[in-house]
Design a protein around this ligand. Structure first.
Ligand SMILES: C[S@@+](CC[C@H](N)C(=O)[O-])C[C@H]1O[C@@H](n2cnc3c(N)ncnc32)[C@H](O)[C@@H]1O
Length: 273
């Protein structure tokens, strides 16, 4: 495990092309937005300064550069085998004083395990990780997230969601990078369930992937109201049945307006008759 001191010793260990630290984790043009989107989703779903958070595959601290200043000292944990990404993020984004001030813990093995941290977490963030795990590996990573998440914790993960199986899904089994692995929504839900999680898909800004919230207990998943407040509620959808449009799925605030309109129309008819 790399605590503050041990991590400093890594300073000289790796010096891979530091300018690539943004592009390595995804299109560099999204670097700022996707970091901010991760942070704002976590805060919208209840993250506070006193929580302990594991940034699983934290890369070049795209989200970490917002999370580190926000969380209390000792509450940010990062897992990342490519330590040069951390080095570059500290040099180019955060500054090394952040190690003293916020005392993060970084672990840099590539076994995908969370047990080495020796604790469980209130929040686990795995952004753009399951999008690179083939079918053999995704279940292992999910089970590690289950093991690392506190009983009342919340995990937020992203997947590349496909309507139909893609060729990449069938042939790749381990870590697939930088290519992506695609899963159908039913597959994601089934794999989360098999790992021991309850899950809900979130509508949250992302140019390529779909967010999911995972928890040990269904009650810990964001409620419809919370998802609505956080702006993560699915859009309303309409279905045509017997020539009539029926609202199939609808956020509560829109539903209230629909009811109000229907009530006013009904009253209008009564008043007029
Ligand atoms: C697409 S990047 C996402 C990075 C970060 N989550 C973000 O949103 O910027 C995938 C990251 O997973 C890391 N990774 C690769 N193998 C890993 C492993 N065995 N355990 C944890 N992370 C790993 C890569 O080094 C890379 O930083």
């Amino acid at each position: 495990m790399y605590g503050v001191t041990q991590f400093r010793e890594l300073k000289t260990a790796h010096r891979a092309v530091p300018d690539d630290y943004m592009a390595y984790v995804g299109p560099a043009v999204d670097y700022d937005l996707l970091g901010a989107a991760q942070f704002s989703l976590l805060v919208a779903l209840g993250l506070r300064h006193h929580h302990a958070l594991l940034d699983y595959g934290c890369g070049s601290l795209r989200a970490g550069r917002f999370l580190l200043p926000f969380l209390d000292p000792g509450h940010y944990y990062g897992l990342e085998p490519n330590t040069w990404l951390l080095e570059a993020a500290l040099d180019r984004q955060l500054g090394r004083d952040m190690l003293d001030i916020k005392q993060p813990t970084f672990l840099s093995h590539d076994s995908f395990g969370t047990g080495e941290f020796g604790r469980r977490f209130d929040y686990i963030l795995a952004h753009s990780i399951l999008s690179h795990t083939g079918p053999g590996l995704i279940d292992r990573v999910l089970s590690q997230i289950v093991a690392g998440l506190a009983d009342d914790g919340l995990a937020l993960v992203t997947v590349c969601q496909a309507r139909w199986p893609r060729r990449s899904e069938a042939k790749s089994h381990g870590w697939v990078y930088p290519e992506a692995v695609w899963y159908r929504a039913s597959d994601v839900r089934a794999r989360a369930r098999a790992a021991g999680f309850h899950s809900v898909a979130l509508r949250w800004r992302h140019p390529r992937q779909r967010w999911y919230a995972l928890a040990h207990h269904p009650a810990r998943l964001p409620s419809a109201r919370q998802r609505l407040m956080a702006g993560t509620y699915p859009r309303a959808s309409l279905r045509k049945t017997a020539g009539r449009q029926v609202i199939e799925r609808c956020p509560p605030h829109i539903w209230e307006r629909v009811l109000a309109i229907r009530w006013r129309r009904g009253r209008g008819r009564t008043a007029g008759s």
